[in-house]
Write a protein that binds this ligand. Structure first.
Ligand SMILES: [Zn+2]
Length: 562
């Protein structure tokens, strides 16, 4: 069986091979299926993981985890695969309980086209490979285009001396760092900093010499799939696409979540920054339902404990049209967007104390120095390409250098990859353990006279969260009430009660912790007692069964003989 390698970032075919080998080796635990195609027609895969012997996946409360909607955030894919492998190969009580009682839907690579381009070429791109705005499919403006001009496999930075116009100077603290030129700086040298590349005319021909002035041309990969969701969608948000869900990748996600009404928890893996983002981008916390905000904080605490990353609310950011907002606003699901990997936090832990603080120019310059020191200490200097002379065909003698973005800043150097995956997996497991899970605790039968029986059932939620998950889900009518059904043979008549009873929602034990101040305050309303009186005829089967169906808390059936 293939094993997940954590010493490299996997390509599309490597992920497929790994997933399918799991399916061969653990047929009782995993199903691998395609949920749709990407823009370029690659299959997008979903893993369904649960112990199939204890019930089919859709009868258990489920955790949804996806990753890599942003092309370069390939750590997310690795962490999602790590979670899958951890579930399949770890033998302990926690994993057994999770596999027996919960389902995991794991979509490790939402945007395979973008990730493939990112991993196999020097190109840096935000998400989809579909050119955007649409006219960029056929035309590229004249100007400086990003290009690996020195052929070292990376697009880095060009440092070009210009004492008149240059906006940057070399830091006095570290010659690798560039700092802003100040009006008080009278003498150079000063520099321009450009993305590594070359100058093209409007027909795409390479110019023979540099012609000033020129524009730095934006990438034609202008889409940002995580701005393409309906919640807070704004066509003016950069990269949000022509209309909500215009892209196959985002439709795949939303359709999958919609189809699986048992999903109660959501984690969307991204990089980078070492924070756990949560909604809402467009609604301040003071307008949040208090119970919902409290649950977001409870779950966030599990995240912070396991990953050490703080929870940050996105309100006031320009971010709109994101998937976590959609999950909460439309479905009432407590979605988080973990930003994995945190070079900044490793180099300068003090900046994590206030994740809402906007750093000043001076602080950013200091941070750059600390990052370079960290790079020397932890990576033997390998994360940064020192500035070195290069004879550019258009600009003449220049220097090229800068951070190795893909393998050091946007994603962890592989020696840190397992740490990053492991702690996210612990968050996902903790979150899954918080999901509601319903039970039929007891069935009592009393023979009232001859063929008349009274049946009483006690049903309850043994989980931490309520079966509706959130108040928002109720408001939005995104979840059905829990339903109890009495199943008897056709000729049995009902004297009292209804065969189907909607019982509202069952609270989780978290609801009993709300009156903490009074310690022995109100217990959670986690159980319901339902009664029926039935009359059997001679031909009746003596078997009855009771089914409790909770969309987000699972489905349970108990059968007894009278
Ligand atoms: Zn991202």
């Amino acid at each position: 069986m293939s094993k997940l390698r954590l010493d490299k970032y996997l390509l599309y075919d490597e992920i497929n091979e790994l997933m399918h080998s799991w399916q061969e080796n653990y047929p009782n635990l995993i199903t691998v299926e395609t949920i749709g195609q990407s823009y370029e027609g690659r299959d997008v895969w979903a893993l369904t993981i649960t112990n199939k012997n204890t019930g089919s996946p859709d009868t258990k409360p489920a955790m949804y985890v996806d990753a890599n909607i942003h092309a370069g955030e390939v750590t997310g894919s690795m962490a999602a695969l790590h979670l899958a492998e951890y579930l399949l190969t770890t033998e302990n009580d926690k994993i057994k309980k999770l596999l027996d009682t919960r389902t995991f839907y794991i979509l490790p690579r939402i945007n395979p086209d973008g990730a493939e381009l990112y991993l196999t070429t020097p190109t840096l791109l935000r998400s989809s490979v579909r050119p955007f705005p649409d006219f960029r499919k056929d035309e590229d403006p004249a100007g400086l285009h990003a290009f690996d001009i020195n052929g070292d496999g990376r697009i880095q930075l060009m440092r070009i001396r210009d004492d008149q116009h240059g906006a940057w100077k070399i830091s006095s603290e570290d010659p690798r760092a560039m700092v802003e030129r100040s009006p008080l700086d009278l003498e150079g040298p000063f520099y321009h900093i450009y993305t590594e590349g070359h100058l093209l005319d409007a027909q795409g021909n390479i110019l023979e010499n540099a012609r000033y002035p020129f524009e730095a041309v934006d990438t034609k990969y202008g889409l940002d799939l995580n701005r393409n969701f309906p919640a807070g969608y704004n066509p003016l948000t950069p990269g949000s696409g022509p209309f909500p869900l215009s892209e196959p990748e985002t439709r795949n996600q939303v359709e999958f979540i919609n189809k699986h009404s048992n999903i109660g928890g959501v984690l969307l893996y991204h990089t980078t920054g070492g924070v756990l983002f949560r909604p809402h981008s467009t609604v301040p916390d003071k307008n949040f339902d208090k119970t919902d905000l409290a649950m977001y904080k409870e779950l966030g605490n599990i995240g912070t404990k396991t990953t050490s990353y703080p929870v940050v609310c996105c309100y006031g950011d320009i971010w709109s049209g994101v998937l976590d907002d959609w999950c909460f606003e439309y479905k009432g699901l407590f979605a988080f967007t973990p930003e994995l990997w945190d070079a900044v936090g490793r180099a300068a832990p003090e900046v994590k104390k206030d994740p809402y603080k906007e750093p000043s120019k001076e602080e950013l310059n200091q941070l750059e120095i600390k990052l370079l020191q960290w790079n020397d200490r932890e990576l033997s200097g390998q994360g940064f390409t020192a500035w070195h002379k290069f004879d550019h065909p258009q600009f003449g003698s220049i220097e090229i250098g800068g951070w190795k973005v893909k393998e050091c800043r946007q994603n962890p150097p592989v020696k840190f990859l397992e740490q990053e995956c492991y702690k996210m997996t612990q968050f996902a497991l903790g979150y899954a353990l918080s999901l509601p899970v319903v039970h039929i605790d007891e069935i009592e039968v009393t023979n009232l006279e001859n063929n008349i029986y009274q049946i009483e059932a006690v049903v309850s939620n043994h989980g931490f969260m309520n079966t509706n998950i959130s108040e928002q889900a109720k408001k939005q009518k995104a979840v059905r009430q829990d339903l109890v059904t009495l199943n008897v043979s056709e000729t049995t008549s009902l004297i009292n009660g209804d065969f189907q009873v909607e019982i509202g929602f069952l609270e989780g034990y978290s609801a009993g912790q709300q009156s903490r101040f009074y310690r022995f305050g109100k217990p959670a309303k986690s159980g319901k007692r339902i009664k029926w009186t039935i009359q059997l005829t001679e031909a009746c089967s003596k078997q009855i069964s009771i089914t409790l169906k909770s969309e987000r808390g699972g489905v349970k059936t108990k059968t007894i003989a009278l």
